[in-house]
Design a protein around this ligand. Sequence first.
Ligand SMILES: [Zn+2]
Length: 176
Amino acid sequence: MQAGSELGRVAKATMDAGNLVGDDVIIGIVRHRLCRPDAQRGFVLDGFPRTVHQATALDAMMDGRGGLVVVDIAVPEEVLVRRLAARRICQACGSNAPVEWTTACGKCGGPLMQRSDDGESVVRERLKVYLRQTKPLVDYYSARPTFRTIDGNQPPDVVTAAIDAAVDAAVAGVRL
Ligand SMILES: [Zn+2]
């Protein structure tokens, strides 16, 4: 959207209308982005693919580009609900508040508030949709030697180290 591309305009119009951007628009955006020079030696995708349809499209994009390492960071639902419910943003400037900001925004001093889509019932509904889409995705990838599951219910530095180790092991195990 920021780059003002045609696909970005389609995505923005869809979101402004309150709809979720469809698979094919998302796939087009990713395909376009992966063609740029800085993605030629490798890249990290976070939050894509989210559906099996997107995953099959990604496999087609990877044709001739080397291997794909897939890392699933698993966190129990109750922990996710707690984490998301604790998430705050600044009412004035919209910054995401790290845990150190307890009462006011560390950038502008504005009041912190919960994101409108982070209420517990909304979060549980989002998780339901996510799990419905993601379980088939895990099934899609789980038989591959480059698929790894990480326990995400650990301190961030431990999760980071586990991701590093998983990617190293996957790369070492399969010629990319
Ligand atoms: Zn602020």
